[in-house]
Design a protein around this ligand. Structure first.
Ligand SMILES: [Zn+2]
Ligand SMILES: [Zn+2]
Length: 333
């Protein structure tokens, strides 16, 4: 089967891999849609060759099963990209993301940028018939990640929200916030993504290189601090701004990945008594809430701006890495 391999320094090879086999509880999925994620770019830019096929935002059709318990060949599924041990306290409560023995598609096992993918049956969630494969591929990172942060912050339609970063997760957050009827000011440096933010209903979009973020957000919040801020950019500067713009007693989520940043705990959140959370991915039990969101008009597929066949993998990654795109997705027609 065809799959992609990062060769290092932005070079990608589309090559033949052995087709995976179903064995015991592992099923083979024929991939129908696989989306490129910001986290794939580490492997893309790194100088070393990657060991595994990339891709962890995947939907497809069950192709082969060895010992089925509830799935059958032909079932349409969305894939949960973290393979937990299945037995620890975290796995038992649906928080596979915390499993100490977790394997992540595309990072520690082969991912979905290939014709076929092998995963445990429990990682396959049935896709409702009115959801497309593309929507299915976006349910995890683009819907589940922002949804869980927004839910845990207790955001509702009375809130005014500052959103930092309009990559795919930020755009997903914006769609959810507008579905909830929040007022949103979005901060982003890519003009392409600012335009998408405006189109998706952000009340104000601003480019931090052209405008004073703190002053603009304050103006947007009627001279007070804002109720909620969500950082999807994962930059030290946006994380600091997310803490600064929120009012006393406000709520902040750090969602964008960042290895380190310097903050000022006393001024920025102790004395403002903020609630600050980190949020990574969704709990398995929330899958139905995610499909409900899409069925009730979330319009998540709007974040897809480019579609490629696997043969055009280099072009696909180049497009996504440029910031001149929303979500970029591989199709397998
Ligand atoms: Zn992702
Ligand atoms: Zn576990």
């Amino acid at each position: 089967m065809q799959g992609i391999k990062f060769l290092g320094n932005k070079r990608i090879q589309v090559k033949d891999f052995p087709k995976p086999q179903s064995q015991r509880q592992n099923v083979v999925v024929k991939v129908k849609a696989s989306a490129i994620c910001g986290s794939d770019l580490h492997g893309y830019f790194r100088p070393e060759e990657s060991e595994f096929i990339a891709g962890h935002e995947v939907a497809g059709e069950i192709f082969e099963i060895d010992r089925p318990t509830y799935l059958k060949v032909g079932d349409r599924v969305s894939i949960h990209n973290m393979i937990g041990c299945g037995h620890c306290e975290f796995c038992r409560s649906g928080d596979w993301i915390f499993c100490h023995r977790v394997k992540i598609l595309g990072h520690s096992v082969h991912g979905g940028d290939a014709e076929y993918l092998v995963v445990p049956e429990r990682n396959c969630f049935l896709l409702p018939s009115d959801l497309s494969f593309e929507q299915g591929a976006l349910l995890g990172d683009a819907v589940g990640t922002p949804y869980r942060a927004i839910k845990r912050l207790g955001v509702n339609g009375t809130h005014t929200v500052a959103l930092f970063g309009l990559g795919p997760v930020g755009l997903g957050a914006l769609l959810i916030l507008k579905l909830l009827n929040c007022k949103v000011i979005a901060v982003e440096i890519s003009q392409y993504r600012l335009d998408m933010g405006r189109e998706f209903g952000a009340d104000v979009v601003l480019d931090p290189r052209k405008e004073d973020v703190l002053a603009k957000v304050k103006e947007f919040a009627n001279k007070k601090g804002i109720d909620v801020s969500i950082d999807c950019a994962g930059q030290a500067i946006t994380e600091n701004q997310a803490l600064e713009v929120v009012k006393e007693g406000g709520r902040v989520a750090f969602v964008g990945e960042n290895a380190s940043a310097t903050i000022k705990p006393s001024d920025q959140f102790i004395r403002k008594e903020l609630i600050v959370i980190g949020s990574w991915y969704f709990n398995v039990g929330e899958y139905e809430e995610l499909t409900n969101l899409v069925q009730r008009g979330l319009g998540i597929e709007k974040i897809i701006t480019h579609r490629f066949n696997l043969e055009k993998a280099e072009k696909a990654f180049e497009t996504f890495a440029s910031g001149q795109s929303g979500k970029v997705i591989f199709r397998f027609d």
